[in-house]
Design a protein around this ligand. Structure first.
Ligand code: PBG
Length: 327
């Protein structure tokens, strides 16, 4: 009898799992962690329930907990004690990320893969991702500082640098500097397609990086556009990016999908702070089932074509994968 093929294939749980098109692995998860300058800090972040901000001396605890859950990869964000006009905390050899790397690299050696965010917004007085000249972000003046920041992370053992400032030419400036200083093998995971998004709100609170004036629309992308995203991704690849980040994740499933069909490099989707906070808040109000929503939205990101997922739910997702609820 002529019946819908998919009906025959849905009858058994074993069969349903056999024919799954999307497979998830804990290996594809990256867990973002916030590190604040200071000592003995382990504070829960009000804007990101369940996420903890560490200091360089306590960060190992956060990494350890994630390793135990089956997550091996991390993305570190630093919050300095003092901000200045030139964002010098980003590339200072005693900066918060540099201190954090010094501490955790020797503890975890090969067990943890540690990527570091390369941006100015946490370190500048303006809260902007680049230097300010005459009231505007100066793209070109920012490039050497981003390159210096990436180099300093590499020197202190960062496994991969992740430039997120959306300055034109950042990937190239960083690649040239890393190559010249003996870090030819350090990959760049570039935030190539990053939209000017209200979904970053809780992050800015957690990282202390809210712009003090204006917005980020002059350097982050307009969410009406998708060709622009593909163009920026092409440019970043030409400049030497090794992994491409698309963010936010759920509002950009179309971009992830188009990108995965067009490029031949791994794509990381960043499920950002607002996506996480929304799920947490709605679940806390009893409107949705947090676990099921987490599973469904994460699978959707991989189904769209992402190879890697950066998510605050990394530990819980790893548990769901291990349990067999997804993947
Ligand atoms: C900044 C940066 C941001 C995020 C990652 N890197 C915020 C921004 O652009 O304002 C957002 C991540 C999140 O919301 O989880 N360089």
């Amino acid at each position: 009898m002529l019946i819908n093929r998919t009906r025959r294939l849905r009858g058994s749980e074993i069969l349903r799992r056999m024919i799954r098109e999307t497979r998830l692995s804990c290996d594809a998860l990256i867990y973002p962690l916030f590190v604040r300058e200071g000592k003995n800090i382990e504070e829960e972040l009000p804007s990101l329930p369940g996420q903890i901000r560490y200091s360089p001396d306590t960060l190992a605890k956060g990494i350890d907990a994630a390793l135990n859950a089956g997550v091996h990869s991390f993305l570190l964000f630093g919050i300095p004690e003092i901000k200045d006009e030139k964002g010098s905390g980003a590339y200072n050899e005693n900066g918060v990320i540099q201190q954090a790397l010094k501490n955790v690299k020797k503890t975890f050696a090969e067990d943890a893969y540690i990527a570091t965010d390369v941006c100015m917004c946490e370190y500048t007085l303006s809260g902007h991702c680049g230097l300010i000249h005459n009231g505007n972000v100066d793209n070109d003046a920012t490039l050497p500082l981003l390159a210096q920041t990436a180099l300093s992370h590499a020197v202190f053992g960062s496994d991969m640098v992740a430039p997120s400032a959306m300055m034109d030419g950042a990937a190239l400036a960083i690649r040239d500097t890393l190559d010249a200083k003996g870090f030819k093998d350090t990959p760049i995971m570039s935030y190539a397609a990053k939209y000017a998004s209200a979904f970053y709100g809780p992050f800015r609170e957690a990282a202390g990086s809210t712009p003090q004036f204006g917005d980020r629309k002059s350097y982050q992308m307009d969410y009406h556009n998708s060709k622009e995203a593909l163009k920026r991704i092409e440019l970043d690849i030409e400049e030497g990016a090794d992994i491409i980040i698309v963010k936010p994740a759920i509002p950009c499933l179309d971009i992830i999908s188009q990108t995965s069909q067009q490029i031949k490099l791994p794509i990381a989707a960043y499920s950002v702070s607002g996506e996480y906070a929304m799920v947490k808040a709605a679940a806390a109000s009893g409107f949705i089932d947090e676990y099921k929503i987490m599973c469904e939205s994460s699978v959707a990101v991989f189904r769209a074509g992402a190879n890697i997922l950066i998510t605050y739910f990394a530990k819980e997702l790893a548990a769901a994968i291990k349990k067999g609820d997804i993947g």
